[in-house]
Write a protein that binds this ligand. Structure first.
Ligand SMILES: *[C@@H]1O[C@H](CO)[C@@H](O)[C@H](O)[C@H]1NC(C)=O
Ligand SMILES: *[C@@H]1O[C@H](CO)[C@@H](O)[C@H](O)[C@H]1NC(C)=O
Ligand SMILES: *[C@@H]1O[C@H](CO)[C@@H](O)[C@H](O)[C@H]1NC(C)=O
Ligand SMILES: *[C@@H]1O[C@H](CO)[C@@H](O)[C@H](O)[C@H]1NC(C)=O
Ligand SMILES: *[C@@H]1O[C@H](CO)[C@@H](O)[C@H](O)[C@H]1NC(C)=O
Ligand SMILES: *[C@@H]1O[C@H](CO)[C@@H](O)[C@H](O)[C@H]1NC(C)=O
Length: 829
């Protein structure tokens, strides 16, 4: 249906409706579609030929010149209207209102009001919540999802149903398992989060022509920075002062933002509510102008959280007047205020001399420049790239299939006893499907969702394959009362049981962190009793954003399989069934540690330190620093097949070849600065991976490294990963290029990157490889063959180092290659 017809339809409805309905219509319509029968677009010269005379409407000019022209035409009052998310249009210049606030965390969302589903597009493809997509460890999937989301967004924009500026992704680190917003993130690891951010941003922003100065839609990496406490035991994000040392800042909290800006070329960064070391992030000139714009060279705008400018004054008492909060944030580098506060107090701030018109001009210029890159000032989008997209391009069969595929790729199989999964429909003819999440719809899409195209619940997915009976077990996930008797008798009557348990937004959400890690209420009791009564295999499916302490289930032999499905999106039920019946071989890996309850018992969520402190018993956080007991570890995840890894080549010694004058040539050094002639050089780690089973499957190959124990470096950290799909018995090569300065360095106590000298241990699966970094060339190359390594204890992985490298030309070539890249490379026995 074309947009004008639909609008007429809507208008007819509202003219005969109650007052209430028309108020609803008014507030829920996107701003740029409010006033006429088809959406208003800036510089639409077909509608108003007089606009052609304005420089800012002239697409032939450079963006910068167009922005200068536009700013020059505006009064101060009009300019202030462009400092806030609900920007006020200027009708004398043909500029419509624009709501900057749209979201697209895992599909176009209507949160924020910039996009809406009450008009010509009733729903959009709802992908799994990000934490599950992250579990796929498939970078091309991350980008493919971003691309579909931006296509649907453009299609909606063309008919006035969406904005062009989307405040996604959330690139904060999932530091504490209790965080209510952990579900929105890609987990606890900075490397994965950086890769997710870059790929998703490229998917959203990248135009078909690849011109970096054009944007398909504008993404935004948020919430900058060190933000991951919402509301925990009276600690609120609005007033929380996140105390972060420089080392954690630079090796945990900042890297995803840096990658997002530097490698992803994101068009926006959002500063958070909290303070960092006593300063509100949105009013910190070092963090905004200094780092984001200065060091990282953001090409775009910095936006506040909603409304984190107000919070500076009202909640934090950081300034004594509202005007001061507006001025401080603007002078720190903030360009746009989500919500209204800056709009109300900017004129006062100018009048009080706290900021001047040039400061306002700078801010709005960054905002306008972004809109220019989006084609906002190029008139009717129908005549522009992506102009032929419309409602027919939203919720297509292909897009919905990608939502199903994303959930399949993310689902993590955590436990699987022999003869449990996958189920064969010829053996398992009847299923008992039990649990408060067994037939849910909106639980599957988590937060920052839109309206999905369609839902398939777990129950609906499973009954497509076999006959199933269903009991909710408890009326909701809180499970204060469980109907255990009905559930157990149902379980006893079926060939197999699938329990779908876990949480939903009532347990973990924005502004609501968890207090414990247990399955809520009587869920554990229900699961245990049902498993006891079951006569066949019992699959525990956990739907949740964060990890749970399911030690009881891990240890219960009656519970034969455990699957984590995150919040799996609109097609969750289909994907769960695909995995349960073996139509898809699970390949997801946990992107976050699952801790036992004891971990959080005496651990304040508000302690931001990543590193353990033995003197106080502080355990440290995430797999990079915590070495205690886990329920399931970062990277855990089973497959229905088996894989073996074999190292093909990797250097044993890398010499940095320091200059003769370097102090480390004469005195003992633990590390050297990760700057110097040896930077930008890379060594290669090459592996082969084989699917030794008789089923196709995908495997994520993780390359971890444990640096020498200097500078309180991580226990281990993820250097790179690569997901490969292999047919049965198939073999493939995986090659990692390891940049000596970027990848093998650690951040020291002052935030400086250093290359630790000495033995670095590379881990791939249970395989270990020792790589020594020396400052000078110590040994003469004696052999082109890597020595046999007999201290390897791996059993399931059939590599042996003596077999790994053939004494052929390749290794010699490698030595030569490396020698030409780093100042000296030595292969020693
Ligand atoms: C800010 O001031 C108000 C009013 O005086 C007070 O209630 C509040 O506790 C103060 N907040 C902080 C974070 O100091
Ligand atoms: C406006 O203020 C900025 C600093 O905030 C200053 O650099 C600039 O010179 C001022 N401009 C005018 C015209 O006063
Ligand atoms: C399962 O949920 C769907 C969607 O809400 C609903 O239509 C259906 O009736 C439910 N099935 C059962 C057996 O409750
Ligand atoms: C929605 O999903 C249900 C359950 O999987 C399916 O039967 C139905 O055909 C789908 N509807 C559309 C319009 O795709
Ligand atoms: C802290 O304790 C752990 C476990 O006992 C130990 O492995 C580690 O080396 C200690 N770290 C320091 C810095 O003492
Ligand atoms: C990664 O995702 C893409 C897009 O869905 C898919 O085509 C590819 O097979 C996936 N890779 C692996 C190794 O599973």
């Amino acid at each position: 249906m074309s947009y004008p017809q639909q609008t007429r339809g809507n208008r007819a409805v509202s003219s005969v409706s109650t007052l209430l309905l028309s108020i609803f219509f008014f507030i829920s319509k996107p701003l740029n579609a409010q006033s006429s029968s088809s959406p208003d677009f800036a510089c639409d010269v077909t509608r108003d030929p007089s606009l052609a005379g304005y420089g800012f409407c002239n697409a032939g000019l450079k963006d910068e010149a167009r922005v200068t022209d536009l700013v020059g035409r505006l009064t101060l009052e009009e300019k202030i209207g462009f400092l806030v998310s609900k920007a006020t249009g200027v009708s004398r210049l043909g500029i419509p209102d624009y709501n900057w606030w749209s979201e697209a965390l895992h599909g176009v969302s209507d949160v924020g009001g910039g996009s809406s589903f009450t008009g010509p597009v009733p729903g959009a493809t709802s992908f799994p919540q990000v934490i599950l997509t992250a579990a796929s460890f498939n970078v091309s999937l991350f980008q493919a999802i971003g691309k579909v989301v931006s296509t649907e967004a453009r299609a909606m924009y063309n008919v006035g149903a969406a904005g062009l500026t989307f405040w996604s992704p959330n690139v904060n680190i999932f530091r504490d398992p209790r965080w209510g917003r952990g579900q929105e993130t890609s987990g606890e690891d900075p490397t994965l989060t950086s890769k997710y951010a870059v790929a998703y941003v490229k998917g959203l922003q990248g135009t078909d022509g690849g011109d970096p100065n054009r944007l398909k839609v504008a993404a935004c990496c948020k919430h900058y920075t060190a933000y991951d406490v919402d509301n925990w035991k009276g600690v609120s994000r609005y007033t929380f002062n996140s105390v972060v040392n420089q080392q954690d800042m630079d090796d945990t909290f900042q890297p995803p933002f840096k990658s997002c800006v530097v490698d992803g070329n994101v068009a926006s960064v959002m500063c958070s509510y909290n303070q960092v070391n006593g300063k509100p992030t949105c009013a910190d000139p070092d963090l905004l102008s200094g780092v984001i714009r200065g060091q990282w060279k953001l090409n775009g705008y910095i936006v506040s959280d909603c409304d984190s400018v107000e919070v500076i004054y009202k909640n934090q008492n950081y300034t004594s007047t509202p005007e001061e909060a507006v001025a401080k944030s603007m002078l720190a580098g903030l360009d746009l205020n989500c919500d209204h506060f800056t709009g109300q107090h900017a004129m006062g701030a100018v009048n009080a001399g706290l900021v001047n018109e040039t400061d306002v001009d700078n801010a709005i210029s960054n905002n306008f420049a972004t809109l220019m890159r989006l084609g906002f000032f190029n008139g009717d989008p129908k005549k522009q790239p992506y102009g032929n997209l419309g409602p027919q391009d939203v919720c297509t069969v292909e897009n919905q299939e990608l939502a199903r595929e994303a959930a399949r790729q993310g689902i993590v199989l955590l436990k699987n006893s022999p003869s449990s999964l996958p189920f064969s429909p010829s053996v398992i003819k009847t299923l008992a499907v039990i649990g408060p999440n067994a037939n849910v719809t909106d639980t599957m899409i988590g937060n920052y969702h839109g309206v999905p195209c369609n839902y398939t619940t777990p129950l609906q997915g499973l009954v497509e394959t076999v006959w199933a009976s269903y009991q909710q077990g408890c009326s909701n996930v809180a499970c204060t009362d469980a109907d255990i008797d009905s559930a157990t008798s149902l379980a006893a009557s079926a060939d197999a049981v699938v329990l779908v348990m876990g949480t939903d937004l009532s347990i973990e959400r924005e502004d609501h962190d968890r207090l414990d890690l247990f399955l809520p209420g009587k869920q554990q009791q229900l699961v245990t009793e049902v498993a006891k009564a079951a006569k066949g295999p019992v699959v525990l499916v956990i739907m949740s954003g964060g990890g749970l302490d399911v030690t009881f289930a891990k240890n219960d032999p009656k519970i034969t399989s455990i699957m984590w499905v995150g919040f799996p999106g609109q097609a969750g039920g289909l994907s769960i069934a695909d995995v349960i019946f073996g139509r898809y071989n699970p390949s997801g890996k946990l992107p976050m540690t699952w801790y036992p309850q004891s971990y959080v018992e005496n651990l304040p969520m508000s302690n931001m330190n990543m590193r353990p402190d033995n003197s106080t018993g502080y355990p440290g956080r995430t797999y990079r620093f915590y070495s205690g007991e886990t329920v399931y570890a970062f990277g855990d995840g089973l497959s229905y097949t088996h894989f073996s890894h074999r190292l093909i080549k990797a250097p044993r010694l890398v010499s940095l070849g320091l200059a003769k004058s370097h102090p480390c040539r004469t005195s003992r050094c633990q590390s050297v600065d990760a700057v110097g002639p040896y930077c930008g050089k890379a060594v290669e780690v090459q592996l082969s991976i084989r699917n030794t089973g008789d089923r196709e499957g995908s495997q994520t190959v993780f390359l971890f490294t444990t640096p020498p124990a200097v500078h309180r470096s991580p226990v281990k950290h993820l250097l790179a990963f690569e997901k490969v799909r292999l047919g049965k018995k198939e073999k493939a090569g995986v090659r990692f290029t390891v940049d000596v300065c970027k990848d093998l360095s650690v951040v020291d106590e002052t935030g400086k990157r250093k290359i630790a000298l000495g033995e670095h241990v590379l881990h791939i699966g249970s395989l270990k490889h020792y790589l020594n970094i020396a400052h000078i060339l110590k040994t003469i190359a004696q052999s082109s063959v890597f020595p046999a390594q007999d201290d390897d204890t791996t059993k399931e992985e059939d590599f042996t180092f003596s077999m790994a490298v053939q004494p052929d030309g390749e290794a010699v070539l490698e030595a030569k290659d490396l020698a030409s890249h780093v100042d000296g490379i030595v292969l020693k026995d």
